[in-house]
Design a binder for this molecule. Sequence first.
Ligand code: SAM
Ligand code: SF4
Ligand code: SF4
Length: 348
Amino acid sequence: MRPQAPIALQAAPAPPDALGRTLADLRISVIDRCNFRCPYCMPEETYPADHAFLRARERLDFDEIERIARVFVALGVRKLRLTGGEPLLRRDLPQLVARLAAIEGVEDLALTTNGVLLQKFATPLRDAGLQRLTVSMDSADPEIFRGMSGGRGDLAQVEAGITAAEQAGFAPIKINCVVMRGVNDGGVLDLVARFRGTGHVVRFIEYMDVGTVNGWRSDRVVPGAELAARIDACWPLEALPRNAGSTSRRWRFRDGSGEVGFINSVTEPFCGGCTRARLAADGKLYTCLFARAGHDLRALLRAGESDAALRATVAGIWSHRGDRYSERRAELRAAGVLEHVEMYRIGG
Ligand code: SAM
Ligand code: SF4
Ligand code: SF4
């Protein structure tokens, strides 16, 4: 059935959501495929072997992504981040970056990648206007790194990708590390040592119960505060103020060798400041990382809706948003609310 056309709105910031949070940033997943099988995201063992990834025509094309991005920018979004699956698997990604970089009102354009293909793409991405880069790296030890990628990742390739990104002019680069107790937490200090003094910022992310296939257990979560204490014992730290709109708790090394960050989404939820919408590669819009269902913007686009109608729809979805899963995790899990969109579909 064709969705009802909403009343057109003038371009103006979206109204705040039901909890008073503004709409300020959009994550755009450009592909659901990945060349890794990280155990916390799409583990090889539990990941359904017959899973059907999106076919090309099911994904938003670049015209559609640009159009939706413009709708969000008209509604007040200033930060865009491209993600996946693995975004560098999407053909011609630098062309999309150039189109998004040209949108008036976009103040920050970033990308999260596992880094494997960065050697090839760092310079074209930079030339296209990409401003910031986050590279996921769960260990500085090649064997543990390989394990954390589901047996597929070669640390040397990611290191070469980071070097290529430095040469292309990305600075500082953020390095994301998901920490799982008993799996890679023993290597936290080595990862800090690898990046201390380089200007790049390692951010430790608490292992989250995203999706349905990662077999999450709370005893595998290492609280960020515990990691900060371990690091502080080695290299004394002092707290820095949070960046506006950032989810990361920041600390600097007292000896001036840079900073580290902690995304403590399990032990210190930050739903109260969550201003982020997420667009999956198939055009579904999610208002929370833990949402069960998305809103089908692709259907609206392909039904020929006007920009004004799209803006009105998105503003309406945002204004009804009441998500705060991480603050209610214990209660919702106890009530059996375990069905969430998969992380590789919406990209973190
Ligand atoms: N493939 C790219 C990458 O890994 O950088 C981009 C997509 S990935 C889904 C985005 C981020 O989500 C990565 O930094 C990844 O480590 C993080 N992530 C995935 N599953 C997670 C989980 N269960 N808990 C915490 N972070 C997770
Ligand atoms: Fe792929 Fe990124 Fe998920 Fe790892 S975290 S499986 S690299 S999408
Ligand atoms: Fe935002 Fe949902 Fe995460 Fe809370 S749980 S911070 S609402 S994405």
